[in-house]
Ligand binder design. Structure first.
Ligand code: NDP
Length: 329
């Protein structure tokens, strides 16, 4: 990796994506910030500015940082990306071109785990339907029907057992719900039963909580065969990425009764959500809010800033991704 500049020379940074006050106000006057909210804004940067850019803050996953973007900046040393998932950054290109990529793990783990458990309970116990029922005035004439779903008689198969998966597992354990998991390798220090085969796990449980990274290695891994194995009591909670589930197959399975219900925070083509899903009563749909509280988003924004500042102070960045490791500088 190139050595960071700790001289008095100004450091030019690209701020790519939505405007974030913590990022905009987070740098001393040693840095010059060049905002570009959209891909079209990037193309409007002058070649002279592009040639000076040494670091980039990618402030949301809608700002795709692919090879075509990174090659606009020949002096780019570091991409500091917002979010723990970085499927919107071409990590392979970055690694090949000695560009460090950082993400924002840990600070969002518990927040996302809260959403996963909340979404699971809301789906099983039909919170949204019950809220609509009360507001419509129906409660004054009759009791809300008993929910078919319950957390009490369930066994959860986690798809992914990393930082967030383990935080969800802790919540389920506290709720006295048995947990098993699927991932490519057993997770160190985790005592739940590991299934190397997703279909075998789906046969053994009735609930999937999906929390793996997006990208090619997980694309549509929860497919029609997995849903068939899960069976008619099956419930799917997806707080990972929309790409991980075969959305068309899931809609068909929900319609036919091949599975019972789903709680979804993420979708294949966000922010577009299929009308068929919106029309269903047995789904709870959230607009990708896993980490979306003020306190957690502020911590994530701060980490975007801190990774860049640390790098340009000549130190290893705080949270490089596995594909672009930096152990010393
Ligand atoms: P970690 O890297 O800590 O954990 C990832 C887990 O997924 C590991 O258990 C890993 O195990 C497993 N995994 C990775 N690839 C595969 C694969 N191909 N097949 C099976 N298992 C796989 O990540 P986090 O827990 O911190 O975050 C997980 C993801 O959650 C993020 O990448 C992001 O996409 C999503 N997320 C969503 C949010 C939201 O707002 N809804 C907010 C935050 C995160 P192994 O490598 O052994 O396979």
């Amino acid at each position: 990796m190139m050595a960071g500049n700790i001289s008095s020379e100004k450091i030019d940074l690209l701020v790519y994506g939505p405007n974030k006050p913590i990022v905009d106000n987070g740098f001393s006057d040693q840095f010059v910030l060049h905002p570009a909210e959209t891909r079209a804004d990037l193309d409007r940067l002058s070649p002279a500015v592009a040639a000076k850019i040494r670091g980039a803050a990618v402030t949301y996953s809608t700002a795709r940082c692919d090879a075509g973007v990174m090659e606009l900046f020949p002096k780019l040393e570091i991409v500091s990306s917002f979010g723990v998932g970085y499927d919107h950054v071409d990590a392979k290109y970055a690694s090949e071109h000695k560009i460090v990529v950082t993400n924002t793990p840990d600070v969002l783990t518990e927040e996302v785990a809260d959403i996963a458990l909340g979404l699971l309970i809301a789906t099983l116990r039909e919170f949204i339907k019950a809220d609509r029922y009360l507001r419509s005035g129906l409660w004054t004439t009759q009791q809300f029907p008993l929910s078919v779903g319950s957390l009490r008689d369930r066994k959860v198969g986690m798809v992914g057992m990393g930082r967030i998966g383990q935080a969800i597992g802790r919540r389920l354990e506290a709720s006295k719900v048995p947990v098993v998991y699927h991932s490519r390798n057993p997770a160190p220090g985790v005592s739940y039963q590991h299934y190397p085969d997703l279909i075998e796990m789906a046969k053994a449980v009735d609930t999937l909580v999906v929390i793996v990274p997006g990208g090619p290695s997980t694309a549509k891994m929860v497919n029609a065969d997995v849903m068939k194995a899960l069976g008619p009591r099956g419930v799917i909670i997806n707080v990972a990425r929309g790409s991980v589930i075969d959305e068309v197959a899931m809609i068909a399975a929900l319609k036919s009764g091949a599975i019972l219900a789903a709680g979804l925070d993420v979708f294949a083509n966000e922010p577009a959500v299929p009308d068929e899903l919106k029309a269903m009563q047995n789904v709870v749909l959230l607009p990708h809010i896993g980490s979306a509280s003020v306190v957690t988003r502020n911590a994530m924004d701060q980490m975007v800033v801190d990774n860049l500042k640390t790098w340009f102070a000549g130190k290893p960045p705080l949270t490089p991704i596995a594909e672009t490791p930096v152990t010393s500088r």
